[in-house]
Write a protein that binds this ligand. Structure first.
Ligand SMILES: [Zn+2]
Length: 510
């Protein structure tokens, strides 16, 4: 049988325990036909076969980003960049806003994204008055890089109907000036209220943005993504479907479903490029408190468990992680179910006893190793020294029997996988500083987080996440072999070709 595509002269890292590294892969249509030596695979080459000489480079299963936010990431690419890479002070933010205000007519919203108060020279959030000084005639929404907070200028506050009398919704916080009671512009966990006032991007704008986002995923070697947005409902599902059908979204996408949409989701139409994922519950974390609180969370999880859902809970801080572990472990104990694969998303601060609990309950943790790289300096400054040892404790979780998968959480950080591998293996920040704790993984374990284990976390390991006959032909060619490259040289690796369903969808210089 002739293949449609053959990759040869490669170092094929299969990510399948039963299959050692090979030299070549053949593909027929959208599936992998065979994996083996150059000599074994040569016989699949026919007159119509596209043959790629990998010149010794590595071939891996296409990377899976097990936790990201596609529409928010896409929108961020059309927004004013206020990330630490672009601005370093409130004055820089003001200058950027001024330029934007001059470029678009007054009254139109200015969307700015990515600021991080700890990375600003002032070490604090900007205020509404500082935004007013730069753009008084445009409503401004400046979104924090976490996505969980934003600063509005005075016009935007007015359009959102927010004043000194406004009461916070459950789990939300409106910062106020202590002497006057006036909102300072900083809103925590109040996105829903703001989104009612901000006009959505048009479909055309979104399509353009998703096209850009899609290009970034492909250039990162990412062939599947899981959209973990907790508000996903029928409108988002339809939008993603349309974006996919009209060719704007290239990677396969699994969309989680917001808890409040659990009833509707059974009727949504799926295919091999758009699948339904876990039921997402977000724990809002504010000043040591959590919302929903433990009892309410336990009831939500029990209901989802009874309905047969895979549950994914967003939990970063220590109390939230403990609450998520308890709720999921409790539901599994009360109502045992085979192969539930319930997930904790992030699991940022996880002391050993909680890691043991997560392991004993058979839970999956979807972590963000690239945070260690991008945020490492901040963690060293901000996280209490006695807690730094169990910050993203990948090794301890692994040892406790937890299946570990990885996601970028973009737009929080870019979707690139290489910094994540470096973070997981080196546990080093962008500035090269080592984070405390014996928590580093081997490169094989780190790669699994983005391939086989990421597939497992979405019940997709029968289809993707490793290179084996009959699996979908989603592949990435890397400039070098991560399994033999010295850990401190990992950052020099680059994706050079990305293949989805047997089609070369991206390549350097193509
Ligand atoms: Zn997220």
């Amino acid at each position: 049988m002739a293949a449609t595509l053959v990759l040869h002269n490669a170092r094929v890292i299969t990510m399948d325990a039963a299959r050692p590294p090979a030299e070549a892969v053949s593909v027929e249509g959208d599936r992998i036909l065979a994996v083996g030596s150059d000599a074994e695979i040569r016989r699949y080459v026919g007159p119509g076969t596209e043959v790629v000489d990998c010149r010794g480079r590595a071939v891996l299963p296409g990377f899976i980003d097990a936790h990201c936010h596609v529409l928010a990431y896409a929108a961020s690419l059309l927004s004013l960049d206020c990330s630490p890479a672009a601005v370093s002070s409130v004055a820089d933010i003001q200058a950027a806003l001024r330029r934007q205000a001059e470029a678009i007519p007054g009254g139109n919203w200015i969307r700015a994204v990515g600021y991080s108060e700890v990375d600003l020279a002032e070490g604090r959030h900007p205020t509404r008055w500082e935004l007013d000084a730069a753009a008084p005639d445009h409503p401004v929404r400046l979104i924090h890089r976490s996505g969980h907070a934003c600063v509005l200028n005075s016009l935007a506050l007015r359009l959102c109907g927010i004043g000194s009398e406004t009461e916070e919704p459950g789990g939300g916080c409106l910062e106020r000036d202590l002497s006057t009671g006036e909102p300072t512009g900083l809103l925590l966990e109040m996105n829903e209220l703001v989104e009612r006032a901000v006009p959505p991007l048009s479909y055309e704008q979104l399509a353009q943005a998703v096209g850009l986002a899609s290009g970034r995923f492909l250039a990162a070697g990412v062939t599947s993504v899981v959209d973990a947005t907790h508000s996903n409902g029928p409108a988002e599902w339809e939008l993603l479907r349309r974006l996919r059908q009209e060719g704007h979204l290239a990677p396969r996408l699994t969309a989680m479903v917001g808890f409040e949409h659990r009833e509707e989701a059974s009727g949504w139409e799926k295919d091999s490029f758009l699948e339904l994922g876990a039921l997402k519950i977000a724990i809002k974390e504010l000043g040591g408190g959590i919302y929903p609180e433990e009892d309410a969370l336990g009831e939500m999880v029990m209901e989802a468990q009874a309905q047969g859902w895979q549950v994914a809970i967003h939990a970063v801080e220590e109390r939230a992680v403990a609450a998520a572990a308890s709720a999921l472990a409790g539901a599994v104990a009360q109502l045992p179910r085979q192969d539930h694969r319930h997930r904790i998303e992030h699991c940022g601060l996880c002391p050993p006893a909680v890691a043991a609990r997560i392991g004993a309950a058979g839970l999956v943790v979807v972590s963000q190793p690239a945070f260690l790289y991008h945020n490492g300096e901040r963690y060293l400054r901000q996280v209490a020294p006695q807690k730094q040892g169990y910050l993203y404790p990948l090794r301890s979780l692994q040892r406790a029997g937890v299946r570990l998968a990885a996601g970028s959480d973009c737009p929080v950080v870019p979707p690139d996988v290489i910094p994540g591998l470096y973070g997981a293996v080196g546990r080093r920040s962008q500035g090269g500083r080592l984070l405390p704790g014996e928590e580093a993984l081997s490169i094989g374990e780190a790669l699994a987080m983005y391939t086989s284990a990421a597939a497992y976390a979405s019940f997709a390991e029968g289809e993707r996440g490793s290179i084996a006959p009959a699996k979908v032909a989603d592949l990435v060619v890397l400039s070098g072999d991560p399994t033999t490259c010295p850990p401190d040289e990992l950052l020099g690796l680059r994706p050079e070709m990305t293949i989805i369903g047997g089609q070369v969808v991206w390549a350097v210089g193509r």
